[in-house]
Design a protein around this ligand. Structure first.
Ligand SMILES: Cc1cc2nc3c(=O)[nH]c(=O)nc-3n(C[C@H](O)[C@H](O)[C@H](O)COP(=O)(O)OP(=O)(O)OC[C@H]3O[C@@H](n4cnc5c(N)ncnc54)[C@H](O)[C@@H]3O)c2cc1C
Length: 408
């Protein structure tokens, strides 16, 4: 490959913070909120100009379940707070009345604790919440380098309209969805060999209604009546799913997005042949990436951990596509072995390939975000920190750590 040399340059230190949260998706929102509530000065750096990541800009507007599918809630704390926040001004669909309006145990077994929300309202509400809690948000800023000294990140380098700038940090929470900071800092990471299938969700208007089209792959438990008997649906899913992309190759990602746009456009024209007034009203503004790169942490959460009590649990999750299984999320799946002031949250935590599909969705991302943000506010070295002290703090903030723990 032909290469050029970029000369060294002096970079201004534009800010200093205690906790730098890299990325403002669900994990980043939860991490920033938790760190600020635990007394830290927090800066959240986001490359886009809104909060929520996949969950808002990507139009992934299904807050998957906070429960285990057997009638028991497992995600509490900021995960539940964000679900409630997302529907402050009304749910789009799937209102979980059995959970929010005091349903019986039987009703809770019959309805999972999930909801469909409006992405734009949620993004604005999340921004307001973080600002009210004193989080400093830096939008339009791409984290492009990490200055590592003696096994710690000393500065995070961002690039934005002003050029490059360095932010001096005490701790960093990587919530980038692609483990960008882990990679840049030299932490051990793993890239999904299976890649990602194309998807491009969009809202459209027709016949007096605005509806969501989960165009491409969707994380909904397949409804046999729709997916297996509708030949158009089968054909549509097959046609958009032919390309795989890693999510961490810039040129390939750009190409994948353009192919998805083309297929979405064809889909819109096809639907207009039947519904002539149909127009798209919002299309996903970021690439839809499920599993790209993750941390290879001190512990890899795997299927062997279903239902297991883990001594360093910092929260819990159910399995969005199966009723019954629950996982405790251990602190050791959030930290690696190389960088002492770096912790990961969201869809990049350390898991096996099978469990990645469980931990990457919205509720567990909020759980790991809350745990990582709290830890980042409390400690300055993740190699030497008190897990019991962290667990006690999380318990005080309404986090369920173990299945046998009673909650109000
Ligand atoms: C097609 C599809 C369908 C899905 N369906 C569902 C569903 O129905 N329900 C559900 O709960 N989950 C679903 N998910 C998963 C879910 O939306 C996300 O995985 C989840 O929201 C994880 O959030 P996160 O905060 O870890 O990552 P992200 O939402 O990816 O957030 C990462 C943030 O970091 C920012 N960022 C990235 N790199 C940088 C950088 N270098 N510098 C600065 N900022 C950066 C991004 O702009 C983004 O805002 C789906 C995902 C896909 C792709």
């Amino acid at each position: 490959m032909h290469e050029i040399f970029e000369p060294g340059r002096r970079i201004p230190v534009i800010d200093e913070t205690e906790v730098l949260v890299a990325g403002g998706g669900i994990a980043g929102i939860a991490a920033a909120l938790a760190a600020a509530r635990n007394g830290a000065r927090v800066t959240l750096v986001e490359k886009e100009y809104a909060l929520g990541g996949m969950a808002t800009l990507g139009l992934i507007t299904i807050f998957l379940p906070l429960c285990d599918g057997m009638g028991q809630q497992v995600v509490y704390g900021i995960g539940e707070e964000l679900l409630r926040l997302s529907i402050t001004y009304g749910a789009e669909a799937d209102y979980p009345g059995a959970w929010l309006d005091g349903g019986s145990a039987q009703e809770r077994r019959a309805q999972r604790f999930k909801v469909r929300y409006n992405p734009h309202m949620f993004a604005m509400l999340a921004e307001k919440l973080l600002r009210e809690n004193g989080v400093s948000i830096l939008y339009g800023s791409y984290i492009c380098a990490a200055d590592v000294q003696d096994g710690r990140i000393a500065h995070v380098i961002v690039e934005n309209k002003s050029g490059r700038g360095a932010i001096k940090v005490k701790n960093v929470v990587d919530c980038s969805g692609d483990a960008d900071v882990c990679k840049l800092a030299g932490e051990d990471t793993y890239t999904n060999p299976e890649g990602n299938g194309l998807a491009n969700w969009y809202y459209y208007y027709t016949n007096g209604e605005v509806k969501l089209n989960m165009f491409g792959l969707a994380d909904v438990v397949p409804d046999p009546e729709i997916h297996m008997t509708d030949p158009d649906e089968v054909e549509r899913l097959a046609s958009i799913g032919e390309m795989r992309f890693s999510g961490v190759d810039g040129i390939q990602l750009s190409e994948a997005v353009q192919i998805a746009h083309g297929k979405m456009f064809d889909d819109i024209l096809k639907r207009r042949a039947t519904f002539s007034d149909l127009v798209p009203v919002t299309v996903s503004g970021i690439p839809l990436v499920r599993m790209s790169r993750r941390l290879r942490g001190r512990y890899e959460l795997s299927e062997a951990d279903v239902g297991r009590k883990l001594p360093d649990s910092v929260g819990m999750t159910g399995d969005w596509c199966r009723c019954g299984p629950t996982y405790e999320i251990p602190f050791s799946a959030l930290v690696g072995g190389r960088i002492r002031n770096l912790i990961a949250a969201g869809r990049i935590i350390s898991t096996s390939d099978a469990v990645w599909n469980v931990t990457r969705v919205i509720p567990p991302s909020a759980v790991s975000g809350q745990a990582a943000g709290t830890a980042a506010a409390m400690f300055s070295d993740f190699d030497n920190c008190s897990i019991p002290a962290l667990q006690e703090r999380l318990l005080g903030q309404r986090v369920k750590l173990h299945m046998d723990q009673k909650m109000d």
